[in-house]
Ligand binder design. Structure first.
Ligand code: ADP
Ligand code: MG
Length: 249
């Protein structure tokens, strides 16, 4: 099979390296993500998953290698970063909603101030996505009045309001009580079915099996194994992946 041309890739990461002082967090990571592809990233705590995800929308800077997002290379100069940021939505473990703003205001803030969208239009779009994540009735409440699962769905809706082409998730369900995990995963599955390009750090292996085109297993700052879910779960090639799976599945 011929390699996918760079231009049609959503994300291309080549020999990515990052250090904190002497500590190498990412060691020559390579990863290509096609448009519409869904990747699940897993691996032990401290393996560099969050750092990898955060370099993609430049919450972290890398020192070695290349990252190309939707055809734009992330470099030291800030040109193109705003564009990349607006094309890449991110959902964190701890929701990170603004507590003093209503749910609707949380969703319209960036479209109004970053995208310069007229307020009424931004509100219409926000309501559309709040309906999509099934909590339109919460629009005028404050984050503290919602359950964790509802807050995380707001965080997803808020990211979608910027009309991103790529969504990054960093353990979106790991801070949630078990009964709320499903409602967030269902929202993510719907998004996947809509064709969104997604990179999800998660240990929800049921989700991974249902949605992922590929599983990327990281350990010690490296991608140790990359495989289709069926193969990864049935017979992981790498002993460390095998040991990891035996602990969590
Ligand atoms: P994961 O998400 O897989 O648990 P992280 O990407 O958060 O891993 O972290 C990878 C490693 O980098 C860990 O050993 C962590 O302690 C270290 N690390 C993360 N952020 C920083 C930082 N800002 N300064 C120094 N070390 C960090
Ligand atoms: Mg992490």
């Amino acid at each position: 099979m011929a390699a996918t041309p760079i231009a049609t890739l959503a994300i291309s990461i080549e020999n990515l390296g990052k250090s904190y002082g002497d500590f190498e967090v990412l060691k020559s990571v390579n990863l290509s993500v096609a448009q519409g592809e869904k990747i699940v990233i897993c691996g032990p705590s401290g393996s560099g998953k969050s750092t990898l995800i955060r370099t993609i929308n430049r919450l972290e800077e890398h020192q070695r290698g290349r990252i190309i997002v939707d055809g734009i290379e992330l470099t030291g100069d800030l040109k193109g970063i705003e564009k990349v940021r607006s094309e890449v939505g991110m959902v964190f473990q701890h929701f990170n909603l603004f507590p003093h703003l209503t749910i609707l205001e949380n969703c319209t803030l960036a479209p109004i101030w970053v995208r310069k969208m007229p307020r009424q239009h931004a509100q219409e779009i926000a309501m559309e996505f709040l309906r999509k994540v099934r909590i339109p009735e919460q629009a005028d409440k404050y984050p503290g009045q919602l359950s964790g699962g509802q807050q995380q769905r707001v965080a997803i809706a808020r990211a979608l309001c910027m009309k991103p082409r790529i969504m990054l998730f960093d353990e979106p369900t790991s801070a949630l009580d078990p009964e709320m995990i499903k409602e967030v995963l269902d929202t993510m599955i719907e998004l996947a079915n809509d064709g969104m390009t997604m990179l999800c750090v998660t240990h929800e292996m049921g989700f991974a099996q249902a949605v992922a085109d590929r599983i990327v297993f990281m350990d010690g700052g490296k991608v140790i194994e990359e495989n289709r879910p069926a193969e990864f779960f049935k017979s992981p090639r790498n002993p460390r992946a095998r040991a990891f799976l035996s602990q969590i599945v």
